[in-house]
Design a protein around this ligand. Structure first.
Ligand code: MG
Length: 254
C-alpha cells in the first residue's frame, strides 16, 4: 500500500530529511585522501545524533554503520571500515535519519581530491539523471516516466543503469511502497499522486548494468569492476510539482 502524506506529515518529514542532508554533507566535507570510510561514517553518525535524530541505517538488517560508504566500483551498501580513501577515488555516501517517526534518505558521490575525466563525467551524468528523474516526479505522470528519465539520459551518455536495486517510497518507514526503478517506459506504471514521498536514486555504472555482492554479504559492486555513481534525494510530489526534501541547508555545504 502506498501512503500519501498530508501537509503536516510532509513538514515533519522535511525535518528528518534536513538532518539527513546536513549529515550527508558533513560526511562529504570530511572526504579527503588519507581519510578512512569509518571516519566518514563517524562524522555522519555524530551529526545525526547531535541534531536529536536517529541514524536509521544503523542496525538496519544488521548493518554496522550509520552510512553506506562505497568506493569506485562499489555501488552501494559499502560497510564503513579501515579502507583509506586515495586521491582520485570517488566515494558514494548514502545515509539517512529518523526524527519524530519520519525518515529521510539521501546519497551523493564525492570526488577524493582530483579525479579522472572519466570519473567526473560519470558523476555529472548520474547527477543530471537524478535531476531529470525528479523533474518527472509530478502528478499526471507515471512511475515509468521517472525510470525513463534516468535510463534514457544515462544510456545516451554510454552508461548502464543498474536493474537489481531501485529507489523506494519513504515516510514512516525507511523503505515503503512503491518501488522506484531507474528504468522504464514513459506513460507506464502507477500514477504519481500528490502526497507521495519517494527516494529517487539513480545507480549508474560503466561497462555493464550487472552487479554482484561481495563476500561480506553487503557491498554491491559493478560486475565489470569499473566505476559506479549513486545520487539520491527524498522527494515529495505536490500539486505544483516535485519538492526535494533533502536539499542541504546552505551552511551544510560551505
Ligand atoms: Mg534509499
Amino acid at each position: 500500500m502506498i501512503s500519501l502524506k498530508n501537509p503536516k506529515e510532509l513538514a515533519a518529514m522535511k525535518q528528518a530529511c534536513q538532518i539527513a542532508a546536513g549529515a550527508l554533507w558533513a560526511g562529504g566535507r570530511a572526504v579527503a585522501p588519507g581519510v578512512t570510510t569509518a571516519e566518514i561514517d563517524a562524522v555522519i553518525h555524530d551529526y545525526i545524533v547531535q541534531h536529536g535524530a536517529r541514524p536509521n541505517f544503523l542496525g538496519y538488517g544488521g548493518f554496522k554503520g550509520s552510512a553506506c560508504v562505497s568506493v569506485n566500483e562499489e555501488l552501494i551498501h559499502g560497510i564503513p571500515g579501515k579502507r583509506v580513501l586515495k586521491e582520485g577515488d570517488i566515494v558514494s555516501i548514502d545515509g539517512g535519519a529518523e526524527l519524530n517517526g519520519f525518515h529521510g534518505d539521501n546519497a551523493w558521490t564525492f570526488a577524493v581530491g582530483t579525479v579522472s575525466e572519466e570519473a567526473a563525467a560519470l558523476m555529472e551524468a548520474t547527477r543530471i539523471a537524478l535531476e531529470r528523474a525528479i523533474e518527472a516526479a509530478r502528478p499526471g505522470n507515471r512511475m515509468g516516466d521517472i525510470g525513463h528519465a534516468v535510463q534514457s539520459y544515462a544510456e545516451s551518455r554510454g552508461y548502464h543503469v543498474v536493474r537489481q536495486y531501485v529507489g523506494h517510497g519513504i515516510g514512516r518507514k525507511l523503505h515503503e511502497s512503491p518501488e522506484v526503478p531507474n528504468f522504464g517506459q514513459p506513460g507506464r506504471g502507477i500514477r504519481l499522486l500528490p502526497g507521495m514521498t519517494l527516494a529517487i536514486e539513480p545507480m549508474i555504472a560503466m561497462g555493464t548494468h550487472q552487479v554482484r555482492v561481495l563476500r561480506d554479504g553487503w557491498t554491491v559492486v559493478n560486475a565489470s569492476g569499473q566505476l559506479t555513481a549513486h545520487y539520491e534525494h527524498t522527494v515529495a510530489i505536490t500539486e505544483s510539482g516535485p519538492v526535494i526534501l533533502t536539499l542541504p541547508p546552505e551552511e551544510a555545504i560551505e
